[in-house]
Each structure stands twice: as structure tokens, then as C-alpha cells.
Design a protein around this ligand. Structure first.
Ligand SMILES: Cc1ncc(COP(=O)(O)O)c(C=O)c1O
Length: 393
């Protein structure tokens, strides 16, 4: 066995692919639980809600009634049509079904977008802090993630001004997530338009990750699809529709990219999951939308409890999150090392949170991400435990 392990020679690209720190925290949390402690999980990027019942019912009906063969690589025609109608209803934007590809989560959508557009050495502008997998997706194609440090002054987002400043000879793309992980902040319609215009001028591309659309509190998030049909928009059934484990998402493509994405998807995936696609057809029904909207209100109530409670602990929240289900807190008043802090909070206070390290190189030691993916009563308990840990009770 040792001999086999020794003979494994990994591809050079693996030197740039780092583990997902939140997974390591989860492993440690399981050990703490195995030792008999009640851990409050605020580290994971998925809420405690189950998939809405009408979606589960639709899956069961389909499993009984249909053969689960592969679908087209771009997805079921009925689902692409339903997503197209959703853009018309929700945003008032015409996105023909022919520009929509259904994918295995937005993860596969990102992989396909980068796969059809990036050559080795090409650069992609990304906000730091940002969703960690993006830089690894880019690396998987031999391309180079160019992290742009962002802070409270730009609401932790890549602005048209910052993108222009960092756009270089090899830059081929800029990407933003709105609302973003880990900060929950959004990009305005004006900035999306400005970024799209810059990409056009530079003969590059803008990709907008809208996976947290629907989970915004107060204002609705504008879609990149309104900024021109050359903008790539990624979305998912994971978060708003609470289907994380079903692995289903989509991408809105410029017309000229559809065939390339179809070809790559045929080869990489053959098709997205057939049962998941039948289930997702129920997402756009009024009864499902009523359920997910009620859950949006519940997440907002959690957010409104958590942000001031964390500030009361001495954590800084310089920009109040407007969406997703994360608070990116500045813990520099209570620790100089968010990584060690997160581990101690887990092992001593039994609250699992994610250290900033996952989200880039821009002052990770002074930040943690706290996901309000538990009911308010559990959040209250978590805050109480952290207060005791910090000697504030
Ligand atoms: C910003 C962002 N994009 C993409 C993803 C990938 O999600 P999925 O593949 O489940 O759609 C996540 C998951 O947490 C995310 O936070």
C-alpha cells in the first residue's frame, strides 16, 4: 500500500489546488461531536431547510413515471423553457431557452465557462475575499486567477474602476458574485453594466455568479442578463431552492458560446442529472415559490439578529450583508489569528465557524465567515457560547 502511495505522481497543477478549509473544520467538528459535545454548525454554506416538498414530490412522480435516461447535454427542453420564463417574470429580461444550459450545479457551469474561454496563461480577475473554488477552477485550465483585494470601501466587490486598473495584457475575463460569498454584498446594476462595457472594450468577457439570487433582504439583486447577451450568468438550484445535494444549476450564455458549451458538456458530463431536472421543474410553481419566499424572510430574521449580536461581541461588520446567508466579520479586536481562533471556538465553545483563510490572501487572519444557517434560538446559543469564550459573560 505504502509503495502504491509513493508511486502517485500528482499533476503539477495540484500544487495550486488547496483544500477547502471549511471541509477541514467540518471534519474537526465531527470529532468534537464524536467526543459527546453539541456543536452549533455555522460553517457550512447551506441552510438547515429541507428541499421544498413539491420538488421532492415531483422527483418521486418522475421516478415512477419516466425512464431516467440521459437528457440532452444542455438539459431538458421543458426546464430550459421554465428558466427562460423565470427571467421574464422575475427580472423582466428576455432570455431565450436556447441560451440556457442546465448543469451539475453552478460548479459545472463555472467549469464549462472557464473551459470554453480560457487558454493556459490567460488571466481572470476575481475579488479577494471571494469563493475559493473559483481560483481553483481557473487553475484547472492552466489559467491564472488575478485576485484583486477588495474591502469595505467597494463593498467587497470588484468595481469597474478596480477592474480597469487591474486588467492586463493577458486578462481574458472578470468575474463577480452578487450577492457574494463570503461577504453577502451585491453589485449594482450600474456597476454590472460598467464591468460588461469594460469587458467589451477589452474584447474579453464578464461572468456574473448569481447563485444567491432570491436570497436578498430588502432589495432585489439585478441580473447580469440585463446588461447584454454577451454577459455570462451562472445560477443554481442549490441555495434559493434549497437543492444543494441534487447538483443542479444553469448558465446563461452568449449565443456564440452555446455550441462550444454543449460540446464540452457532452464530453465532460454527458448530461445533468435526469431525476434532479424533473424535480426542478416544480421549483417555478407558485406553491414552491411561496415556500422559498417564506424561508427568505426567516433568513432575514436570522441576519437581523446576528449582525448586531456579533458587533456586541466586539466583531466588526463594516458592511451589513444584503444577501446570501453569511456574515464576514472582522475579528481583529479579539484575535490576531482567525485560523487558530476558529479552531479554539470550535473545540472550546463548540461553535463551528470558517476562518478567513478559505477566501483568499487579503487579510484572512483578521476575518471569519459565520453562516446563519441555523434557527435564531441556535444563533442565540452560539453568541452566548462565544461571549463566554471571550470572557464577556
Ligand atoms: C459563490 C458560489 N458560487 C458557486 C457555488 C457552487 O454551488 P453549486 O455547485 O452547489 O451550485 C457556491 C457554493 O457555495 C458559491 O458560494
Amino acid at each position: 500500500m505504502d509503495d502504491v502511495a509513493q508511486r502517485m505522481r500528482l499533476a503539477a497543477r495540484m500544487a495550486h489546488i488547496e483544500p477547502f478549509e471549511v471541509m477541514e473544520i467540518q471534519t474537526l467538528a465531527r470529532e468534537v461531536e464524536a467526543a459527546g459535545h453539541d456543536v452549533i454548525h455555522l460553517e457550512i454554506g447551506e441552510p438547515d431547510f429541507r428541499t421544498p416538498a413539491p420538488v421532492v414530490e415531483a422527483a418521486k412522480r418522475a421516478l415512477d413515471a419516466q425512464p431516467m435516461f440521459y437528457t440532452s447535454a444542455l438539459g431538458l427542453a421543458a426546464l430550459r423553457e421554465a428558466i427562460s420564463r423565470f427571467y421574464a417574470q422575475r427580472y423582466g429580461v428576455a432570455v431565450p431557452a436556447s441560451r440556457i444550459a442546465v448543469t451539475a450545479g453552478s460548479s459545472a457551469a463555472l467549469l464549462l465557462a472557464f473551459g470554453v474561454l480560457l487558454d493556459p496563461g490567460d488571466e481572470v480577475l476575481l475579488a479577494d475575499p471571494g469563493y475559493p473554488c473559483n481560483r481553483h477552477f481557473v487553475r484547472s485550465f492552466g489559467a491564472v486567477p488575478r485576485a484583486v483585494s477588495v474591502g469595505p470601501d467597494s463593498r467587497y466587490q470588484l468595481t469597474p474602476g478596480l477592474a480597469r486598473e487591474h486588467w492586463g495584457e493577458r486578462t481574458r475575463m472578470a468575474m463577480v458574485a452578487t450577492p457574494a460569498n463570503p461577504t453577502g454584498t451585491m453589485v449594482t446594476a450600474q456597476d454590472i453594466a460598467g464591468l460588461a462595457q469594460l469587458a467589451r472594450e477589452k474584447r474579453g468577457h464578464l461572468l456574473v455568479d448569481e447563485i444567491y439570487h432570491g436570497l436578498t433582504y430588502g432589495l432585489d439583486a439585478p441580473t447580469g442578463a440585463a446588461a447584454g447577451e454577451d454577459v455570462l450568468v451562472v445560477n443554481s438550484f442549490s441555495k434559493y431552492f434549497q437543492m444543494t445535494g441534487w447538483r443542479l444549476g444553469w448558465i446563461v450564455l452568449p449565443p456564440g458560446l452555446v455550441r462550444a458549451v454543449e460540446t464540452l458538456a457532452q464530453n465532460l458530463f454527458i448530461s445533468p442529472s435526469t431525476p434532479a431536472q424533473h424535480a426542478a421543474l416544480a421549483c417555478f410553481e407558485p406553491e414552491t415559490l411561496a415556500i422559498v419566499e417564506a424561508r427568505r424572510a426567516e433568513l432575514d430574521a436570522r441576519r437581523r439578529f446576528l449582525v448586531p449580536a456579533l458587533e456586541g461581541l466586539g466583531f466588526g461588520v463594516p458592511v451589513v450583508p444584503e444577501g446570501a446567508f453569511y456574515v464576514y466579520a472582522d475579528v481583529s479586536r479579539v484575535t490576531q489569528d482567525s485560523f487558530a481562533f476558529a479552531r479554539r471556538v470550535l473545540t472550546e465553545a463548540h461553535v463551528a465557524i470558517t476562518p478567513g483563510k478559505d477566501f483568499g490572501r487579503n487579510e484572512p487572519e483578521r476575518h471569519v465567515r459565520i453562516a446563519y444557517t441555523q434557527p435564531v434560538a441556535r444563533l442565540e446559543e452560539a453568541v452566548e457560547r462565544m461571549a463566554r469564550f471571550l470572557g464577556r459573560r
